[in-house]
Design a protein around this ligand. Sequence first.
Ligand code: TAP
Length: 463
Amino acid sequence: MQHHILELIYLIGSLGFVIGLKMLSHPETARKGNLVAASGMGLSIVGTLLFYREDVPAMIYGLILLAMAIGTIAGWIAAKKVQMTAMPQMVSIFNGMGGACAMLIGLIEFDKYLVSGEALALLTVLGSMVIGSVSFAGSVIAWAKLNGNMKKEIRLPKYNILNTAVMIIVVLLVGLIVSGQLNDPMIVYITCGVALLYGIMLVIPIGGADMPVVISLLNSFTGMAAAFAGFMYSNKIMLTGGILVGSAGTILTVVMCKAMNRSLTSVIFGAFGGGGAASAAGAGDKSVRDISISDTAVLLNYSKKVVIVPGYGLAVAQAQHVIHELETILQDRGVDVKYAIHPVAGRMPGHMNVLLAESNVDYEKLVEMEHINPEFATTDVVLVIGANDVVNPAAKTDPGSPIYGMPILDVEAAHNVIVNKRSMSAGYAGIDNDLFYKPKTSMLFGNAKQVLTDLVNELKSMN
Ligand code: TAP
């Protein structure tokens, strides 16, 4: 009877995951979707504690509850405190925790199968341990890089050959253990160590603009590791959750690669995109044209169509509310205002959507890159706020550029381009941007929040 109740709970939990995931695909339902999926997980955890086995000593329950309390409090505080701009590193470290769980499960469970020599069971245990280790170590490195703790590019000579060799060693070791040719527990620990090393080596050379792809790839690894663990325990909710995370992560990886026009192999083995500040100093004697707040306000006020391009700087400045105010003022004066959303603007997938949703910008006004690009030719003013790489023409014109091939927002086609940023500093890819020196471009220097506030006040005074 207990078993059937648990099966039913797992079914409801799995449905929660699927429905939640579906709801996450639209900004309007995403918040609720997260809650639905979390409730499915909560229900499954409670169900497991109540109905999984009867012979568990009270002390073990005590330990489980203690671990859950510590994890819940730590997760709650971290999620409450995190700045929107630090979200990618938090996602990365949380993902790493999932990988660490799968690794520990493998380490705890392997010896009984090592003794019995069941090949399939051993394969699932080691699958969970190895993939979990790669995901854990890789996520910690990704966190350190995104958090600015690891600024120096470390790239060993012939690193791609080295990495491939380490990966082959891991696969060989797993093969030898599963086939029964090696059955010393020490070999399993060594395999785990080499898998951890591989995780570190995989992420260390990957730079700059390729980080989002790596994070979603590591996400899919954690999902796969959890699915292996679910298979090993014959636990349906773990299996379903793992498969969903694994496949969602894989799809996101493919989508991100497409958005940046990069193949997954070139992300993993190509290791460009870091760029540092290498070519940021390429400005030479080119000059830019400044524009004042009042001239910008006049230009905007008498436009028919304005497209706002939000970027990472908008998030840093926390200027999402004031940009919405600017949009509303212009809209009320009969100007057609839209936002151009680049898939990798900001520092995480959907960053601009989340940011603008916070200030209640109408979702209909957020237009994806492929739909807004043909509209720039009929746009009077493009207002670029804290965006840089996503409007850099080098992606189309300079084969030597680290972002060459990445689709960009074709703002140059508009009649006027006004770029707001604080200085001539480079963006994430560390490269100079020719757009700033084009005859149609004017620079509106300053912190995005201050500049937009001044613009709003100027527009109000023009009434
Ligand atoms: P970036 O190219 O990083 O440029 C942001 C610009 O904002 C900077 O040039 C900076 O110039 C300006 N800025 C910073 N703080 C500002 C402030 N307070 N007020 C006004 N401007 C400010 O941003 P982007 O165009 O959004 O491109 C995103 C980049 O990040 C891409 O290269 C992408 O591949 C990468 N990336 C994306 C993701 C995801 S998934 N979205 C994740 C990791 C990396 P100043 O310093 O001169 O102000």
